[in-house]
Ligand binder design. Structure first.
Ligand SMILES: [Zn+2]
Length: 245
C-alpha cells in the first residue's frame, strides 16, 4: 500500500467515528452499557482507542463494552483505503464510498432499533439521484429504471405483507415502509439490471438467515409464529456485493 493510502486511514477512521455518533444520536438511548446504563462519553468517541485503553471493559461497571462502535470504525478504516486503491481517487469512487457508508449506517440502525430512519434514507435518496446524473459515465436511465423497479417490487411485497398480517390478525407486517425506501435506494445505486442481482442476493441471504433463526429457536423451544427480523442489513449486503464486484 502506498504512503498516500496510509494517510487515508485516519480520515477513514474519522468517518467511522462520525457514523457512530450519528447512529448514537438516532437511537433513543444512544449506545449504553447494558449493565449499568453508562453512555459512551467523549473519550469513547474514538471507539477503537477507548476499547484498547479500557481493555474492552465499561468504565462504570467493568462489563464488556458494546462492539458496534469498534466494528464500524474498523470497517471504515480498512475498507475506505482498500476501496480507493481499487477504484482510484475519482468522483465515482467518492460516490461509491458514500453509498457504502449509508448502507453500513442503515444496517446498524435497523439491527439496533429495527428502523430505517427518514433522517438518513431521504438525504441518501437525494444523493443517489444526484449520483445518477453526476457520476461518470452518468448512466441515469439505468439508475432511474433500477430505482423504479425496486420501489414497485418492494411496495408490492409491502402491501402483500400488510394483507397477510390482516388475514392472520397480526399486528406486524414482514416488511416495513423503511425497507421499501431502502430498496429504492439500492435500485438507484446499483441500476438496471444490477438491482435484480442486489435484491435477489438480499432476499436470498435474508431467507437463509431467517431459516437458521427459526431452526435455532425451534431447537430451544422459543419459536413463536409472527416474529420478524430486520431486513435492512441483508438488502445492504446484496447492494454492497453488487457495487463492489
Ligand atoms: Zn457498565
Amino acid at each position: 500500500m502506498s504512503f498516500g493510502l496510509w494517510l487515508l486511514v485516519p480520515l477513514a477512521l474519522l468517518v467511522g467515528v462520525a457514523l457512530n455518533l450519528i447512529a448514537d444520536r438516532l437511537s433513543p438511548r444512544g449506545v449504553t452499557c447494558s449493565y449499568c446504563g453508562r453512555r459512551r462519553d467523549c473519550g469513547g468517541a474514538w471507539a477503537v482507542f477507548a476499547y484498547l485503553r479500557r481493555r474492552g471493559r465499561c468504565a462504570g461497571c467493568a462489563a464488556p463494552l458494546p462492539l458496534r462502535p469498534v466494528l464500524v470504525e474498523l470497517i471504515c478504516a480498512v475498507g475506505l483505503p482498500l476501496l480507493w486503491r481499487h477504484e482510484g481517487l475519482t468522483l465515482q469512487a467518492a460516490f461509491l464510498a458514500a453509498y457504502l457508508f449509508v448502507l453500513l449506517l442503515l444496517s446498524v440502525t435497523d439491527l439496533e432499533q429495527r428502523r430505517i430512519p427518514n433522517e438518513v434514507i431521504f438525504p441518501a435518496l437525494v444523493l443517489a439521484l444526484i449520483g445518477a446524473f453526476v457520476q461518470p459515465p452518468g448512466d441515469w436511465q439505468s439508475a432511474l429504471l433500477g430505482g423504479t423497479a425496486a420501489l414497485a417490487f418492494f411496495s408490492l411485497l409491502y402491501w402483500l405483507g400488510l394483507w397477510f398480517a390482516m388475514l392472520l390478525r397480526r399486528r406486524v407486517s414482514a416488511l416495513g415502509a423503511g425497507d421499501v425506501k431502502l430498496a429504492a435506494f439500492v435500485g438507484l445505486v446499483t441500476g438496471w439490471p444490477g438491482v435484480v442481482v442486489a435484491l435477489g442476493l438480499g432476499i436470498l441471504t435474508g431467507a437463509i438467515a431467517a431459516l437458521v433463526l427459526i431452526l435455532e429457536r425451534h431447537r430451544h423451544g422459543e419459536y413463536r409464529p409472527g416474529q420478524t427480523m430486520p431486513y435492512g442489513p441483508f438488502l445492504a449486503i446484496g447492494a454492497a456485493l453488487v457495487l463492489l464486484l
